[in-house]
Design a protein around this ligand. Structure first.
Ligand code: AMP
Ligand code: MG
Length: 399
């Protein structure tokens, strides 16, 4: 049995960067950058008005109300090119450039334009810089906005677009084959007969794969027999970057996954991790395909996916951060680990009425209870031999 940190090291060592491709910005969300995003211009590119109103010389408004002469208009996309001097005002719109000589804006609500439009009364003083975002204040040309290795979220897209990146270089998506095994498992569109259960793992793993930036191929179920499993594993591995197998990795008589992997010539890097749930997790390579053998219990499969498969998928795409995002929270209930293994308890993260993050361990009957798990957005890390009481600060990982 190896420690989790060791399993991570082995995964990092054995997992290659798949490759780099260029994608249109419309396809960028959820991908990993393999180039830096650099500002090609100052932002804003000119002193920009934040308000509809009048660009003025602030000193003129000191003793407001004051009447100023309207000398022009600066609209978004069509600025006024003259020079504002004391006594002048320029009608200005949100997003428009502030003309030379003006050092402040007064908002429309605090002004009254004359009927003829030749002058404006400014009702209250404004001060230098008011309602103006100075050229370059948001960012200066040449600034690195995002670094290679970052995962792109929807919030980042506007910045990428603003600096002209219509196409961006990203890591190639891993192709992940999904193979659920077990003689008791039937496809979800069938009514389970005696002793059978529906295949909840394949759709779950496929969803996790897509959430991790990969493309998934679900393969037909394989029963617990050597011949069937041999051809199923061989087929599923062919042409895939990663094969995720669930089931058949423990010590039972019909747990055949590892035997079949060995007989196919796979190199097994680890097969037992000091982890709960998920002790029998397997990591191997068959030909060029990395193979993860996850326990069949859906919760164990999910936890080991988050810890191990997601990590490899991130590495393949060139991600700088391979692990789950760590944090801290107050335990809402007692959280007990085991003596020998580190435990990852599914939890929901919320806040209490003092604004502190709280982790609520989810009710579960064990690693087969995927209904409890379905509300999880984090895992509470309970080191081997540790018991946390309600109110203790615990380490969490977001999933
Ligand atoms: P195993 O890892 O094969 O020993 O399976 C452990 C438990 O997980 C057993 O109760 C299985 O019935 C269950 N299980 C295995 N594969 C699946 C699956 N694809 N969907 C739902 N439950 C599964
Ligand atoms: Mg089984």
């Amino acid at each position: 049995m190896i420690p989790i940190a060791n399993a991570f090291e082995i995964i990092d060592r054995e997992t290659p960067l798949l490759g780099i491709e260029s994608v249109a910005i419309s396809e960028l969300c959820g991908r990993v950058l393999t180039e830096d995003i650099v500002a090609d211009s100052d932002l804003p590119p000119f002193d920009r008005s934040q308000m509809d109103g009048y660009a003025v010389v602030a000193a003129d408004t000191e003793n407001a109300p004051v009447e100023l002469r309207i000398v022009g208009e600066s609209a978004a996309g069509r600025g006024w090119r003259g020079k504002v001097v004391s006594g002048d005002a320029v009608r200005i719109m949100t997003g428009a450039p502030v003309p030379d000589g003006a050092d402040a804006v007064q908002k429309l609500e605090l002004t009254a334009e004359s009927e003829t439009g030749s002058s404006v009364q400014i009702a209250e003083p404004t001060k230098p810089g008011r309602y103006i975002i100075a050229k370059g204040a948001e960012t200066a040309a040449g600034t690195k906005i995002f670094a290679s290795g970052e995962l792109v979220t929807a919030s980042m897209i506007a910045s990428v677009a603003a600096f002209g990146y219509s196409n961006v270089r990203v890591g190639v998506r891993p192709k992940v084959a999904v193979l659920s095994t077990g003689s008791e498992i039937v496809p979800i569109d069938q009514t389970p007969q005696q002793d059978q259960i529906r295949n909840s793992n394949s759709p779950m793993i496929a969803a996790l794969v897509r959430e991790s930036g990969g493309t998934s191929i679900e393969h037909p179920l394989a029963a617990d027999d050597v011949d069937g499993l041999t051809s199923a594993i061989g087929n599923a591995a062919a042409g895939s970057d990663i094969l995720v197998i669930t089931g058949g990795v423990s010590v039972g008589k019909y747990d055949l996954t590892k035997d079949v992997l060995r007989s196919l010539g796979a190199e097994i890097f680890f097969e037992r991790v000091r982890l709960k749930p998920g002790k029998p997790a397997v990591f191997a390579r068959l030909g060029k395909t990395l193979v993860f053998g996850l326990p069949g219990n859906p919760v164990s499969a999910a936890v080991t996916f988050h810890l191990f498969v997601r990590r490899a998928m991130r590495k393949m795409q060139g991600a700088a951060e391979l692990g789950l995002r760590p944090g801290f929270a107050i335990a809402a209930k007692k959280a007990k680990g085991t003596a020998e293994r580190d435990t990852f308890l599914p939890a929901a993260i919320g806040t209490d009425d003092t604004g502190r993050a709280v982790a609520v361990p989810l009710k579960w009957l064990g690693s087969s209870d995927f209904i409890g798990f379905s509300r999880a957005d984090a895992l509470i890390f309970v080191p081997a031999g540790t018991t946390y009481e309600a109110g203790d600060v615990v380490g969490t990982f977001l999933i």
